[in-house]
Write a protein that binds this ligand. Structure first.
Ligand SMILES: [Mg+2]
Length: 322
C-alpha cells in the first residue's frame, strides 16, 4: 500500500460497483448454464427492470456509505442508518431482510437493535460487503482502522460474524487494490496471504486457500461455482469476486463479465468484482460502452463520479490532519 492512489482509482471503486451491479442485475438468479445457452457471455448492458444500465440496492447503499464518509469522515452507524433510510427506493431490488431492517430504522428503532429484530442471530448475507468499497478506499492506508470502519458499516444491517467478516474482507481487498501500482504485475500470493492474515473466521481463511488453489489452474466456471459459490451468502460470494478480480485484474471487462456470467447473485458479485477492478485500474478502465449506458439521473453516473472526487478530497484532508 505504498503507492499513492490517484483520484481515478477512488472513482473507479465507486463507479466500478455501479457498472458491475448494472451488468449483473438482468441475469440475477439465473444459472450459469442458462446464461450461456441464452446469451453466451454477458458483456453488454442488457435490458433490466428499470432499463439497461440501471443500478440496484448494491449501488444505492454504496452511495449512502460514500455520503456518510464524505460528511462525517467515518462510518458513523447512526448517520449511515439515516442515509440508508433516506436513499431507499423500493424498486431497486432490496432483499426482504434489509427492507424490514430499514423499516425499523425509519420507525425510530436504534440502529444497534434494528438488524437483530429481523434476524436474531444476524444476517450472513453479502449485503454489507456489496456496499463497502468506499470504506476500502478511504482507509486503504490504515488497515486496522479500515477493519474497524468496515465492521461499523456492516453492523447497521448485518451482525452475524460471517456477514460482518465478508464486508471486512471485501473492504480490505478494495483497500489493497487501490494502493497497488497497476503498472506492475500483481503478486497474487502476497495479496491472498495479506488478506488471510487479517481474517478472524476460519471459514474465510479456508475460502481464500481455495481461491489460491483455483487460480493456479485454468479457469473452470463450474468448479468456481461449486467450490467458491456465487450466492447471496457473504462466504459464498466475496471470495468468488476476489478470485475473478485476481485472475483477470488487468482487464475490467473480462473480470466483471466473467463474474456476472456465473449467474446466481450476479448483481452483487458483479458489484464486488467491479469495485476491486475499479480500485485497481481506475474508472477509466470501465469499458466505455458500459459506462455510457449507466443511468445518469440525479443520483446516477455523474453523481457517483462526483462522490468519488469528494471522497478523495476527504481522504487527502484527513492525511493533512484536517
Ligand atoms: Mg442488488
Amino acid at each position: 500500500m505504498s503507492n499513492p492512489p490517484t483520484l481515478d482509482k477512488f472513482r473507479g471503486a465507486l463507479a466500478g460497483t455501479f457498472a458491475g451491479d448494472a451488468l449483473g442485475a438482468p441475469v440475477e438468479g439465473l444459472s450459469a448454464d442458462r446464461i450461456f445457452r441464452e446469451r453466451g457471455r454477458v458483456d453488454k448492458m442488457l435490458d433490466a427492470r428499470l432499463g439497461a444500465g440501471t443500478y440496484t440496492d448494491d449501488t444505492e447503499m454504496m452511495i449512502g456509505v460514500a455520503q456518510t464518509l464524505v460528511e462525517r469522515g467515518d462510518a458513523d452507524p447512526e448517520f449511515l442508518a439515516t442515509r440508508f433510510v433516506e436513499n431507499f427506493s423500493p424498486d431497486r431490488g432490496y432483499g426482504h431482510g434489509t427492507v424490514a431492517t430499514l423499516g425499523y430504522l425509519a420507525d425510530g428503532t436504534p440502529w444497534a437493535e434494528a438488524a437483530r429484530r429481523v434476524f436474531a442471530a444476524g444476517s450472513m448475507g453479502n449485503g454489507a460487503a456489496m456496499r463497502v468499497a468506499p470504506v476500502g478506499v478511504m482507509f486503504h492506508d490504515d488497515p486496522e482502522r479500515l477493519v474497524v470502519e468496515a465492521r461499523r458499516c456492516a453492523m447497521v444491517t448485518h451482525v452475524h460474524r460471517l456477514g460482518v467478516e465478508g464486508a471486512v474482507l471485501q473492504a480490505l481487498a478494495v483497500g489493497m487494490a487501490v494502493g497497488l501500482d497497476n503498472s506492475r504485475p500483481l503478486d497474487v500470493s502476497s495479496f491472498l496471504d495479506e488478506l488471510g492474515s487479517r481474517m478472524t473466521c476460519d471459514e474465510y481463511k479456508k475460502a481464500l486457500d481455495t481461491v489460491s488453489g483455483l487460480i493456479r489452474q485454468p479457469h473452470d466456471p463450474d468448479r468456481v461455482i461449486g467450490e467458491l459459490g456465487c450466492e447471496a451468502l457473504a462466504l459464498r460470494s466475496v471470495p468468488c469476486s476476489i478470485y475473478l478480480f485476481l485472475r483477470y485484474c488487468s482487464d475490467f471487462r473480462e473480470s466483471v463479465s466473467r463474474t456476472v456470467s456465473l449467474g446466481g447473485d450476479a448483481d452483487t458479485t458483479g458489484a464486488m468484482t467491479g469495485a476491486l477492478c475499479g480500485a485497481y485500474l481506475g474508472a477509466g478502465a470501465i469499458p466505455s460502452d458500459w459506462y455510457d449506458k449507466l443511468e445518469n439521473g440525479p443520483t446516477g453516473r455523474d453523481y457517483v463520479m462526483e462522490l468519488g472526487v469528494a471522497l478523495y478530497d476527504r481522504w487527502r484532508r484527513a492525511g493533512d490532519g484536517g
